[in-house]
Design a protein around this ligand. Sequence first.
Ligand code: KE4
Length: 440
Amino acid sequence: MNTTKSEQLFTKAQTLIPGGVNSPVRAFKAVGRHPFFVERAQGPWIIDEDGNKYVDYVCSWGPGILGHAHPKVIEAVQQVCAKGLTFGAPTAGEVELAELIGTCVPDVEMVRLVSSGTEAVMSAVRVARGFTGRDKIIKFAGSYHGHSDGLLVKAGSGLMTQSVPDSAGVPAGYAASTLTAVYNDEESVRSLMEENSGQVAAIVVEPVAANMGVVPPKEGFLEFLRRITKEQGSLLIFDEVITGFRLALGGASEYTGVHADLYTYGKIVGGGMPLAAYGGRRDIMSCVAPLGAVYQAGTLSGNPVAVTAGITTLKILMEDTGIYERIDRRAAKLEAAFQEKGLIVNRMGSLLSAFFIPGWDGKEGRELEKKKERKVENYDDACQCDREAFADYFNRMLERGIYVAPSQFEAMFVSDAHSDELIDKTCEAIWESVEEHQIL
Ligand code: KE4
């Protein structure tokens, strides 16, 4: 595969941009090769600067549920651009998008548009603190909620309750108000809530975790979080930046039947443009300035071009909810292909991850207990993966023209543009790529 132009661009980019990329995961460091530079994308295809074509299962980390450059979205964006790119003043489109979000997710009685998922979650947490008058929040090890200081934390060694910064530059003081529990572990949540009774403003959870690989909630886990937050006077925040409008039109709350107090959205809600949102109960959102005392603002919040992409995308999804059955069915085919090769796969709807868990235990080469009993139900489980085996699989898939996320801890996304024929081609590539590993 000729990658000359991408290599030249990457060399130059690294002299101008940290790591040569504008978001770390794009640097392909986990898979030991330089990234390709995208020239254009269409439907399920991404074409790089050297003309290589890939079937894209990253879908820009989630926004691309309709496939790239959907004609209706492109046409709507082109038309609205001609009217001006940004005004810093309210527009009718913002009202329409707010109404559409509330139609899709009735729990979202009021919503504020922002420019990124990070901003949405950061703001939702601030609102929860302002509404409850409490400082502490609980998140889960392995979950990612954007790069705001208070959420760039991880479980401290030893005491699970103490979080430590997960990035340089995050003051210990910020981490101190964030407690870290274990996903799918009710006891870890209960003990934190009891130790910090009356101090927890909110539990922030990915209702289907997708940043440690895909890890669905165990039966009853979300219902437990709903109960214990109510008991403790804390709020429940569903971070649906990935799951929103993907698992169902109403996201995880529709898919699971569990209802949160606040929700955050990104990716799909902006139709691929820089737009995200946070919203929920009217009494809580009434705390947001200028209505209430919780300040949050943004020059490009509710940007008319991004809003148009979001409106067009949501309308397409609302007019053809059959998309969800189609993408779920196709994702199930991929799941089966991985399972036939003995891999552990977690899937929820059109979100899935195959985990490269070593078939052998350490150097002794002793076979682990039967792989089929192995599960990935939290971050510690996910960290057992053989990342070298994953990197080999990634590169073998890329050589076959299939682009999956360049990290074991990211999800595989299926879009409506992935035809059954492409899914079958991908299954063959999986059988060939995984076949050559000795981890099974
Ligand atoms: P952004 O600020 O990247 O728009 O959203 C942050 C965010 C918040 N919540 C969840 C559940 C998320 O997954 C994300 C961002 N997702 C990553 C991929 N897992 C974005 C890709 C990247 O960081 O480049």
